[in-house]
Ligand binder design. Structure first.
Ligand SMILES: [Zn+2]
Length: 385
């Protein structure tokens, strides 16, 4: 018996180390690159004129789930869509980092049960996140903010907390967004706690109905609950900007009835541009109302929200959105690292500028869509202090 314990003393650490290496160095990266794939492609054309314009643009992207993955964002990787070196190569000044905290097995656009087995729990455990995140959606959101705070302490990013922060130019600006408000666990106080962690935007829903009301991909298609209305009012009061990317049409109509601030869609598209996206994109008349009231719609780069995911196809979707909503309401909303397949990673964004130019969009409008609109929207709607 004693001998068994003695040998365990040597074997156990080796087994633990082997398990750790397997999870973090082999399985983790493999899952990451499979879930956040880029299609094989040759370098996309970028004319000299397009590159020159691209180099002087202030560029913003409204949605990337990069904090979900065990990837040191300070280093360049050959997997996934986003890290700081690739953001710099793509000329990006402002990136919204969205925090996914729950997503159900068999997730689809047409209808998900709120109590279906959650896959983020498995991911969180396999990536060896702190124990406190295993059973709490709030802690998962807080932990993702803390990952960005760590990069901020190292001088890699500025976390945008006030309108004045939008003026900073020496590092990437990162704004924190929750993908859904289930991390509140039905408690308004958690809006304040997430605000203190740095969150300045909150999505109301993800793929399932939650305490706030109906998701676009949930079962009920209901509007806001009493708690949902109270949360919207609290967010308005606090200066937290509301994202309705995955909310049901009725929920969005209810938000529009009571919100005192413009709202946005961090990643989506228009049904006018691609009719088959009507189970993922909100009806165009809702987008028009969001736009008319000073809001913003980020165009995603993945099938589900647009018909053709090549740079030319993304440019088509942007131009169609501009026709529907006007040039002041459209922005980039990639959904990078959101378990989607794209045709390009963030280092290649000049290909979109090129395609927009090629298709005859004016420099003035390209400037707005690639980042100018987002800069105005967040400067106007973020807290002043
Ligand atoms: Zn999403």
């Amino acid at each position: 018996m004693k001998r068994i314990f003695k040998s365990l003393k040597f074997v156990l650490p080796i087994l633990l180390l082997a398990g750790y290496i397997f999870l973090t160095q082999i399985l983790g990266p493999k899952v990451d690159s499979k879930m956040n794939a880029v299609l094989d492609h040759n370098a996309y054309p970028v004319s000299k004129a397009a590159q020159a314009l691209h180099d002087e643009l202030w560029i913003a992207d409204l949605h990337a789930d990069s904090l979900l993955w065990r990837r040191n964002l300070a280093k360049r990787h050959d997997r996934g869509h986003v890290d700081l070196p690739r953001l710099r190569e793509g000329g990006v000044e402002f990136q919204i980092f969205s925090a996914v905290t729950k997503s159900s097995k068999g997730q689809n656009f047409n209808g998900n049960d709120a109590d279906a087995p959650d896959q983020i729990t498995t991911l969180v455990q396999a990536q060896l996140w702190p124990l406190r995140t295993w059973g709490s959606l709030y802690e998962r959101a807080a932990y993702q903010a803390q990952r960005l705070q760590k990069l901020e302490r190292k001088g890699e990013v500025h976390i945008v907390r006030t309108a004045a922060d939008m003026e900073k130019t020496d590092r990437l600006l990162g704004l924190l967004l929750t993908e859904g408000s289930h991390p509140l666990h039905g408690d308004l106080e958690k809006i304040h706690r997430l605000y203190n962690e740095g969150y300045r935007a909150m999505g109301l829903h993800h793929f399932f109905d939650n305490e706030l009301g109906g998701s676009l991909h949930g079962r009920s298609q209901a509007g806001l609950t009493g708690f949902g209305r109270a949360a919207v009012k609290e967010m308005n009061k606090k200066g937290v900007i509301i994202d309705v990317a995955h909310s049901s049409a009725q929920s969005v109509r209810d938000v529009l009835k009571i919100t005192t601030a413009p709202i946005f869609i961090s990643h989506g598209g228009t049904v006018a541009s691609c009719p088959k996206t009507k189970n993922r994109n909100l009806p165009d008349d809702i987008l028009q109302e969001i736009a008319a009231r000073g809001g913003l719609i980020g165009i995603g780069y993945f099938s589900g929200v647009i018909c053709d995911i090549t740079p030319n196809g993304i440019a088509d979707a942007i131009i169609d959105a501009t026709v529907l909503l006007g040039p002041n309401a459209v922005a980039l909303g990639s959904d990078y690292d959101g378990t989607v397949t794209t045709s390009l990673d963030t280092s290649e964004l000049a290909a979109i500028t090129h395609a927009l130019m090629q298709q005859g969009m004016s420099k003035e409008n390209i400037r707005k869509i690639m980042g100018g609109n987002a800069r105005r929207f967040f400067t106007e709607n973020l807290p002043t202090e």
